[in-house]
Structures are given as C-alpha cells and as structure tokens.
Design a binder for this molecule. Structure first.
Ligand code: FSX
Ligand code: SF4
Ligand code: F3S
Length: 394
C-alpha cells in the first residue's frame, strides 16, 4: 500500500472529503469512483509539494463547474506536446484535462477550420478577457518579420502577442516554446524563439520534448486552486517538477557512484543496466522529474534511461539539441545521495517509488499512486473494450 493509499484510508479529513458533495459531483462528471478521484487529487497535491491540508482546496477547485477558458496556440513544433497529453496509454489525463478546462481554441483538436475558428478564438478572448489561460506550444520564428509561421494569415509573433495581452496566465508547454528547443537548433534559420522572449516577459515553462503531461496538469490545477501559477526557478520552470537533477533520482545512480559504466551500446555493462554517463547521459546537468514520473502510464522503466538510452537533456536549455548526444555531461554535483537505488537492479526495471532517492520519496510515492490510478482506469477501458464483439475490434 502506498503512503497516499494509507493516508486516504486512515485520515479523517480524507474520509469526510470522500463523502462530500464535491466528490459526488466529481464521480458524475468525470465518471471516476470518488476514492480514485480523491487519490488522484492527493497525488497532484503531493507532486506539487503541497501539504495534505491543501487537498480540500484542490478537490474543490477541480470539481467547480466553471471551467477556465484555455486558448492553446501551436507554432514551430511537432505536436508531440499535444500528443503526449492525448495519446497516453490510458485516457485518464486526456479526460481530466478536457473536463477541467474549457479548451476554446486548439488547432489540432478543433473540428472546425478556417475563418470560423479564428472567429471562435476572438470570441473566447473577448468573453474571458483577463481570465483565460494561454498555452503556447512550439517556438516562434522572428526572422524576416515572422513570415516563417503564419496561422489564418497572421504571423505567430503577432498572434502570440495579441492573445497574451488579454491572458491571466501564460504557460509555455514543451522545450520549443520554453527556450526554442529543436527548431532553434543552430544555425536557426528562422530565428525560432521562446514565447517568453517574444513577449518580453517571464512565463511559466514546462520544458521537455515532449514534457510530462502530469507536470502540465499539476500546473493547471495549481492555477485553478490558488488563482496563481506555482513557484518557478530562474528559467520559469515549476520548482516542484524541475527542482532536482535527473542524476539525483536515477535508478542507475549507484552504478555511477561505484564507477560502473556502460561503454558501448550492447556491451556487458549496458546489458547489466549500469550507468550511461560515458555514453553521453546528460542526467547530471538536466533538471527534471522523469525518473519519478515516468511516461505513458506504462509502469516502471518507461523513461529514456530506464530503456537503456542516455538522457539527452531535452528539458534543459543549452544541453538538449545543443550538446552532441555522445558528449560527456558537466557534473553539477558528485555528492552521492543519502539512499541508493538497488545496485543490482536489472536493466529496464527502472525507478520505483522505493528506489528513488530519499528526497523524492513523497513525490515518488505520490506518483506511484497516480500511475496506479491511471492503470486502474485504463484497465476499465481495456475491460470495456474486451467486452465488445470481436468483429468490432480494430
Ligand atoms: Fe514536439 Fe511540442 Fe518537442 Fe517541441 O513538444 S515533442 S518538438 S518540445 O513543442 O510538439
Ligand atoms: Fe543515471 Fe545518467 Fe546519472 Fe548515470 S549519468 S546515474 S544513467 S542520470
Ligand atoms: Fe528528456 Fe532526459 Fe527526461 S531526454 S525526457 S530530460 S530523461
């Protein structure tokens, strides 16, 4: 039983919340049993580093009927940010995101096209002036007056400035919008730039190529709960998600500290799951929670290093898409953690809430609970699918 499950079972606060009208409303609205919804909310609370007393406020914010308007712009990018949100193994996040906010403009997801949708964007901006959230996905080309990216006849530069002017908050999702990412790779012929630099002001950034949808969801829920975006670091990244180096929580860290390195892909060390530092892993200079969150709700090992590939530093400006993949990382710290991951972890088993470093214990357990929930919800979908007649299956 995870720490969160234990707390939910024993806490009086959790018990009374579970019986509350809010949870009843959540059950109906999201189609999720109230205990599972509560566990999901507790997971977000823990992953944001908030005290358990914040749970009531988070539940309240997530279940209120008024959903904030979101205008989601896409420029120079591959749509991986949107895909990671929507094409996860299980549809939980997609469902929650689309139920939590009113997605009034999103080029990939809108059924309509052309002038109609540009009018819908303007109408949403007008109706929610000063209250909507602007999400920017993709870099913005600034060379030649921005002619390299136009939507509805308007340059990306003009559009992002126009929409940001009336927004209550701006979130850059993905490395492209956060710091230029892949499109800004040298020689950067289009002058691909971040949303923050084009707007001339700091914005909250959720880098990663693509980023974890949980980091985005937690940021949105923080805004819904407190009416403000979470505390960020100097690069605009929420500290709850980007406060620690990957190297601090990597399940291969004990091998690094013991000097056991894979030297070639497929060699004995690589097969044994040893540290990938000498293959160019950028975990020692990259801030992100990938080893704790993992990806795609498919369990342990589902993150780059867990699958045997060095981290390329996709969340880190000046590292991802900038440093050669094989180049050695700068070591920001070589101090061993207080608690080691099991050194004999078989390759591909990946981080678990227990093997992650002590500093990440609460977050790790929380995330484990969240993944378990996603897994459960996914299983329901799978079960439903398995009840369909065989000929209806794809
Ligand atoms: Fe792609 Fe997003 Fe990378 Fe960029 O993610 S996954 S190129 S960060 O803007 O769509
Ligand atoms: Fe893990 Fe990479 Fe650090 Fe090795 S260098 S411990 S593989 S993050
Ligand atoms: Fe990116 Fe490295 Fe995480 S490549 S997804 S920051 S492990």
């Amino acid at each position: 039983m995870s720490a969160i499950e234990f707390w939910l079972k024993t806490s009086r606060v959790a018990k009374s919340l579970e019986r509350s009208d809010e949870l009843g409303a959540a059950e109906r609205r999201f189609g999720i049993p109230r205990r599972d919804f509560l566990q999901f909310a507790a997971t977000l609370v823990a992953s944001m580093g908030l005290p358990s007393s914040a749970l009531g406020a988070v539940v309240n914010a997530m279940t209120q009927s008024k959903r904030p308007s979101v205008i989601w712009l896409q420029f120079q990018e591959c749509t991986g940010c949107t895909e990671s949100l929507l094409r996860a193994e299980h549809p939980t996040l997609e469902k929650l995101i689309l139920e939590l906010v009113s997605l009034d403009y999103h080029e990939t997801l809108m059924a309509a096209a052309g002038h109609q949708v540009e009018e819908a964007r303007k109408a949403a901006m007008e109706a929610n002036r000063g209250k909507y959230i602007l999400v920017v996905e993709g870099a913005i080309p600034v060379k030649e007056n921005g002619i390299y990216c136009k939507v509805g006849g308007q340059t990306a530069v003009d559009m992002v400035k126009e929409v940001a002017a009336g927004a209550a908050a701006v979130i850059s999702i993905g490395s492209c919008a956060s710091w230029g990412g892949m499109p800004a790779t040298a020689p950067n012929p289009t002058g691909a730039s971040s949303a923050g630099s084009v707007l001339g002001k700091p914005v909250v950034t959720i880098p990663g190529c693509p980023p974890s949808p949980y980091n985005f969801l937690s940021t949105v829920v923080h805004f819904l709960t407190f009416g403000a975006l979470p505390e960020v670091d100097a690069k605009g990244r929420p500290k709850f998600a980007y406060g620690r180096l990957i190297h601090e929580n990597c399940e291969r860290r004990a091998h690094f500290d013991a000097g056991r390195f894979a030297l070639q892909f497929g060699d004995e060390g690589h097969r044994q799951g040893w540290c990938l530092y000498k293959l160019g892993c950028k975990g020692p200079e990259t801030y992100a929670n990938c080893p704790q969150l993992l990806f795609n709700d498919c369990g342990v090992g589902a993150w780059p290093v867990g699958t045997g590939h060095p981290c390329i530093g996709c969340t880190e400006e000046g590292v991802g898409f900038t440093k050669p993949i094989h180049a050695l990382a700068d070591l920001k710290t070589v101090t061993p953690p207080v608690q080691f991951a099991r050194p004999a972890e078989p390759q591909g088993v990946g981080a678990t809430a227990v093997t992650a470093g002590t500093a990440a214990v609460l977050g790790g357990l929380a995330i484990g609970a969240g993944l378990k929930l996603a897994d459960k919800l996914g299983k329901k979908d799978d079960e439903a699918a398995s009840k369909e007649p065989p000929e209806k299956k794809p």
